[in-house]
Design a protein around this ligand. Structure first.
Ligand code: PSV
Ligand code: MN
Length: 424
């Protein structure tokens, strides 16, 4: 999809403009004593997995308005991620969802992915929908179900997801449960918790010793009175009872309004229990909007905690993934914008002087604390992010390149206007 010569010409046209901005920023970063080469490498090394379900148009329960050219199989999805990665050099991983994307030929899929420089990040199980070959229904729960035969089927599904992941080279399983109740009295809270723990234990014991189990929480939806894993406390309780290979996954959209997510991130890293991260943005609930589209300052504050945590704690490597749904925009454009926002927030957090911040905290000099944060946030780091991506061979402006190279038009020409993607 991306002709290297056209990408080169695209960059050449923008290079002098970029260099003007870059030289100016470089000087001020150097004056502040920032190790610019190290920072550039950190920004470039940061890879965010694209979920296999995000390449198609997302829907709401009221409708879906596809754009055309959607990938209808795992191979095409990986090719689309390859296109994104060629442009932004930051999307070098895929997170697949079973059963939406069951690989048919592991060797062929692995070869394709490695040709495109794409790794297999966490695999996701799905017990929130009944599948055509399900023997039992998950209508009243899966791992927490009152009936042991349903729990057994859900456990078996998770084991199969691990098997698929092992074949592909994944090293993590993400479990998100829709289990919960919509009416008071429907559930015995202690009963559903204990059954979930027992089921997870079986899955945990099945995992290879170099795998992680990531437990995702969500306060409501699809159940509206109680969720079995509603918050980070419950996720952490399960993870700590399971063992070292289990940890919590934070999805930005899975918090009640105004929750201090940066504090949650900080504490989980402090106890080495932050395992995974799903990026998106929201105004009201789990809106799954473009990252940084609504609350960029909150995203920056979260990254400040992540940066400090990565430097100062022994928290293991985190699985990063975008978990957004694209109802209105071209999904690939939306993903490019999300990745760009993530890198900008990360770059801003990297240029903050944490030693100065700690000194100010010691003196209880709140005004300086706030100024340090806001100075970093208000710095236009776009040339820094562009330079990092350009040095790795990416586009100086991935979204503009995507448009100028007519990628969507080419996808429609190849796959047709009504090709459908699997997913929600
Ligand atoms: C649930 O809302 C969730 O965040 C989980 O991560 C699922 O796997 C994903 O969204 C499905 O879109
Ligand atoms: Mn999620």
């Amino acid at each position: 999809m991306v002709d290297p010569n056209r990408l080169k010409a695209f960059n050449e046209e923008r290079l002098s403009d970029h260099q003007r901005h870059w030289v100016f920023l470089l000087e001020s970063l150097t004056q502040k004593g920032i190790d610019v080469d190290k920072t550039l490498n950190k920004i470039a090394d940061f890879q965010i997995a694209i979920p296999s379900w995000a390449l198609g148009t997302g829907g709401t329960r009221f409708g879906r308005f596809p754009q055309g050219g959607e990938p209808s199989n795992l191979e095409d999805k990986i090719k689309d991620i390859g296109t994104l990665h060629t442009l932004n050099k930051s999307s070098g991983a895929v997170s697949i969802h079973i059963p939406w994307d069951i690989p048919e030929d592991y060797t062929a899929i692995k070869t394709l992915a490695s040709e495109l420089d794409i790794k297999f990040d966490a695999v996701n199980s799905n017990t929130f929908q009944d599948q055509p070959n399900n023997v039992h229904s998950y209508k009243f729960g899966s791992l927490s179900h009152i009936d042991a035969v349903v729990r057994k089927e859900a456990i078996q599904h998770n084991k199969e997801v691990i098997d698929h992941g092992t074949q592909l080279g994944s090293r993590a399983l993400t479990v998100w449960l829709a289990d919960g109740s919509s009416f008071p009295g429907q559930h015995n809270f202690r009963g559903v918790f204990q059954r979930t723990l027992d089921s997870l234990k079986e899955i945990y014991d099945y995992m290879p010793s170099d795998w992680k189990l990531l437990i995702e929480y969500k306060p409501y939806e699809p159940n509206f009175y109680s969720m079995v894993i509603p918050d980070w406390g419950t996720s952490h309780l399960l993870a700590s009872k399971l063992g070292d290979q289990a940890s919590t996954l934070v999805d930005l959209g899975h918090h009640l309004p105004n929750t201090n997510i940066e504090q949650i991130v900080s504490l989980l890293m402090h106890i080495n229990k932050l395992g995974g991260f799903h990026f998106n943005d929201s105004k009201y609930g789990d809106d799954d909007l473009t990252v940084g589209g609504i609350k960029p300052y909150q995203l920056f504050l979260i990254f400040c905690e992540l940066v400090q945590g990565m430097r100062e704690t022994s928290n293991p490597e985190i699985s990063w993934m975008i978990d957004a749904s694209h109802n209105l925009k071209d999904p690939m454009e939306d993903l490019l914008q999300s990745v760009d926002s993530i890198k900008i927030a990360y770059a801003r957090a990297l240029i903050l002087d944490y030693n100065l911040l700690k000194d100010a905290q010691k003196r209880n000099d709140i005004a300086t604390c706030q100024s340090l944060l806001q100075d970093a946030f208000r710095t236009d780091v776009r040339p820094l992010v562009k330079e990092a991506i350009y040095q790795r061979g990416g586009a100086l402006d991935a979204l503009a390149a995507y448009r100028e190279l007519n990628i969507r038009k080419k996808l429609i020409a190849t796959r047709g206007l009504d090709s459908k993607s699997t997913g929600l």
